[in-house]
Each structure stands twice: as structure tokens, then as C-alpha cells.
Write a protein that binds this ligand. Structure first.
Ligand code: SF4
Ligand code: ZN
Length: 420
């Protein structure tokens, strides 16, 4: 018999209503990740013998060692799940819920996923007695509550010891992230007959519908086509629903009648047409948790991409935050679009708009994180040194400086068809 846990033993409130709550700098006591410290999260399948149910362990200092003004710590959250119906395919599905469950906690803000997680704990939560083990209590209770059919035992390990966080990231977490990506690598949009819609973000962007395909993951970066499929297998009435593709209306822009119908239904009529391979005309809506935003830079006849972790200015004269406030909320914004990091090197990225060759600028960190794949895709599109042609903040954030650089390196966007 499974016991449904309704009360979670934590000193602050817990409800979906807290999801939209932001923890601003001035209200913040502790911060993890967000480009400031290493922070990652992982759900992994283990054998029953390896999991002690309800064990919650903290390795490293808790937040009350930070002193009266609080501060930053590295963080790893490992949720070990055992159960006879548990499959590796379900790991990323459960891992995505870490985002929701921590956000439902009063005074806790969670952004990102995998090794770009970003968590803040507010001063008032700290004063109420909230400590790191409470994150474990929340995750323990909610994982069993929502995934009771597959999880028999759950244990949570929270690590703040810097060396350990970094060591296990390389040894345990990254290999698992990579293995998941590799499982997806051989799949193309053409090779499947079903896409999926994801509605998880409707809790704060009520008209937002993600269309998830093998070559286009959810814009949070945390829901691949395989994950959406597993989510549906876990719960056939859940947030991810299959869309049988049927006949394609426009292979270049990426338009299907089946998608339009689904989006119209699930956005309650707010969006009736979506082209999944372009940002120019009826692009997919953006919720709020996109990893990156790409937007047109008219002077360069191309696009820039900026990731959430980059706090500086972009050549569009706006920061990530400023761009996010005009792009997000579940509306279509032609010329701008939220998307996952991995989508950038997909063949379907800007497919109708000229593809990867349109990308003229991105922050150095993002460029380096994608380096190998960008070099590989550059070769595929016949531009040997494309990686080196992409400007970054070191080239500049003034449009003039960027264009001067692009001209010097002979960036292909400058001579492509006008974007409008
Ligand atoms: Fe689902 Fe899209 Fe939200 Fe990711 S961003 S959780 S794919 S709706
Ligand atoms: Zn979202």
C-alpha cells in the first residue's frame, strides 16, 4: 500500500501558487549556481539495495554557516530512485520536476536544470528555519506523491562541499546527461510519426504550448522528445500528449495542421498557428524558462543568441532579462524566440531563415559550452571556421563593433538574403 504524503515537514508553505514568486537580490539569503557557483541536479535510477527510503543527507556546510548576511555555495542535488517499474528513461522526467517542486516551496526560487541550475533561498525562509535538508524533504515527498507508481524508495543527497560537487559533476552527472543526449542523437523529425506537446509551463504562462520534436527540445532544455514520450507513458493524461503528425503543410517553415489544431485547443484559442522551424512568422510561443533567446540583429542581417547566465549587454541594446520580459509570457513574438541550448546546433534551428549561418553573436560562455558541436555543424554547412566567425562580448556589444568584426571575418550572414 502506498501512502500519499500530504503534509511536508518544512517550516515554510508549499503550494503551486508560490511558483511565480521571485527571490530578488535584496530578499535573498543564499544563492547556488546561476553562473556564480557550480550547481547541478540529477535524478538517477538505482537498485533497491542502494536506496534507503527517506534518507536525506547533507554533505558540506548548511546555509546557517554563511554568517548573518548569507552568501553563495556550490550545490549538487542527487535524487536516487528505486522501484521495480523505474526505468532510466524516466530519470529526466522526474528531474524536470525538481524545478517545479522547489519553486512550489515558499521563499525558494529555482531556474534552469542539469548543470545550469540556479537556486535562491530568501531571508524570510531562512529566518523561518528553512535549511537545505528541507529541499530533500520536499523532493522526497513530492517524488513519491507524483511518481508513486514507479518509485518505491527515494533518497536525497545534497552536497555543498565544493570539491565533491565538482568531482561528482564530472564523474556521475555529466556522463549521464551525455548518455541521454546520445540516445536522442540518431532521431530526426522526419523519422518519427508523432511529436508531443508539453503544457507543464501553463501554470505560469497559461497560453504557452511547447511542441517537442526529436530535433527540437522544449525551450527549458529539460524536455527532449524521448522525455516527452516517457512522460506520456508514465501518465497518459499528463502534461505531455502525442500529436500524430499527419500531412505536412510546409516542410521548410515547419507547419502541420495537426500542430496548429493542438496549439489552438491547448492555448484556448490564444495561438492558432505555429511554424516550428522559423522565428520570422508565427514562431513558437515562449513561456519564461527558456535557456536562451535568439533575436534579430538588423545591422548584421542575422541573429544574436543570449543565454540566461549572461548578465551583460547584448548588441540589441538589451540584456537577457530585458529581452525575456518582451519575449516571454506565452505569446508569439516574431523575430524573437526562447529556446533550449541544444537546439542551436540542431539542423532545424532557424531552418527556414538560413540556419546556423545566421548566428552572428553569442556570449563567450555559451559559445565555449557548445564549441565542439558548433565546429561540427559549421563543417556540415560548409563553413570550416564558422565557430571563429561568431562574435562575442569580447568583440563587443556595440552593433558597429560587431558588424566591423563580421565584415573582417567574412561572416556568411552579411551576404545572405535579407531577413525581412
Ligand atoms: Fe514543457 Fe516547454 Fe515548459 Fe519545458 S518549457 S517544461 S517543454 S512547456
Ligand atoms: Zn517554461
Amino acid at each position: 500500500i502506498k501512502i500519499k504524503i500530504t503534509e511536508i515537514p518544512i517550516p515554510v508553505g508549499f503550494a503551486p501558487a508560490f511558483e511565480g514568486e521571485r527571490v530578488r537580490k535584496d530578499d535573498m539569503f543564499a544563492e547556488f549556481g546561476g553562473g556564480r557557483t557550480t550547481a547541478w541536479e540529477l535524478v538517477r535510477k538505482r537498485d533497491l539495495s542502494e536506496v534507503e527510503d527517506h534518507k536525506i543527507e547533507l554533505i558540506g556546510p548548511d546555509i546557517d554557516t554563511l554568517g548573518p548576511d548569507g552568501g553563495k555555495l556550490p550545490l549538487a542535488i542527487i535524487v536516487d530512485v528505486a522501484g521495480k517499474n523505474m526505468q532510466e528513461d524516466f530519470e529526466p522526467v522526474m528531474e524536470r520536476r525538481i524545478h517545479y517542486f522547489t519553486n512550489y516551496t515558499e521563499g525558494v526560487m529555482h531556474i534552469g536544470q542539469r548543470d545550469i541550475a540556479w537556486i535562491r533561498i530568501s531571508k524570510s525562509a531562512y529566518e523561518a528555519g528553512f535549511r537545505l535538508k528541507h529541499i530533500g524533504e520536499v523532493l522526497y515527498a513530492k517524488m513519491l506523491d507524483e511518481f508513486g507508481s514507479i518509485a518505491d524508495r527515494v533518497q536525497v543527497t545534497i552536497i555543498t562541499d565544493k570539491e565533491k560537487v565538482e568531482e561528482l559533476l564530472e564523474e556521475v552527472a555529466r556522463p549521464r546527461y551525455e548518455a541521454r543526449d546520445a540516445r536522442l542523437a540518431g532521431l530526426t523529425d522526419e523519422s518519427v510519426d508523432t511529436f508531443y506537446s508539453c503544457l507543464l509551463c501553463q501554470s505560469f504562462a497559461p497560453a504557452h504550448v511547447c511542441i517537442v520534436t526529436p530535433e527540437r527540445l522544449g525551450l527549458c532544455g529539460a524536455v527532449s522528445w524521448l522525455d516527452a514520450k516517457a512522460t506520456y507513458e508514465l501518465d497518459s493524461t499528463g502534461p505531455c500528449q502525442p500529436i500524430v503528425k499527419g500531412e505536412c503543410e510546409d516542410e521548410v517553415k515547419g507547419s502541420w495542421e495537426s500542430i496548429n489544431k493542438r496549439v489552438a485547443e491547448q492555448s484556448h484559442g490564444a495561438t492558432t498557428k505555429v511554424n516550428i522551424y522559423t522565428i520570422m512568422e508565427d514562431p513558437m510561443t515562449s513561456c519564461g524558462c527558456f535557456e536562451c533567446i535568439c533575436g534579430i540583429m538588423p545591422e548584421a542581417n542575422g541573429v544574436i543568441i543570449v543565454n540566461r547566465e549572461y548578465h551583460g549587454m547584448t548588441p540589441l541594446g538589451m540584456t537577457f532579462g530585458e529581452l525575456a520580459s518582451t519575449t516571454g509570457g506565452g505569446v508569439q513574438t516574431p523575430g524573437f524566440m526562447g529556446h533550449g541550448r541544444q537546439f542551436i546546433t540542431s539542423k532545424k534551428f532557424l531552418y527556414a531563415d538560413g540556419g546556423l549561418a545566421r548566428v552572428v553573436w553569442m556570449p563567450k560562455e555559451l559559445k565555449e559550452a557548445l564549441k565542439e558541436k558548433l565546429i561540427e555543424r559549421g563543417k556540415e554547412i560548409g563553413i570550416e571556421n564558422f565557430y571563429d566567425m561568431i562574435a562575442d562580448e569580447e568583440v563587443g556589444v556595440e552593433p558597429d563593433a560587431v558588424v566591423e568584426f563580421l565584415t573582417k571575418v567574412g561572416h556568411p550572414a552579411l551576404s545572405m538574403d535579407p531577413m525581412f
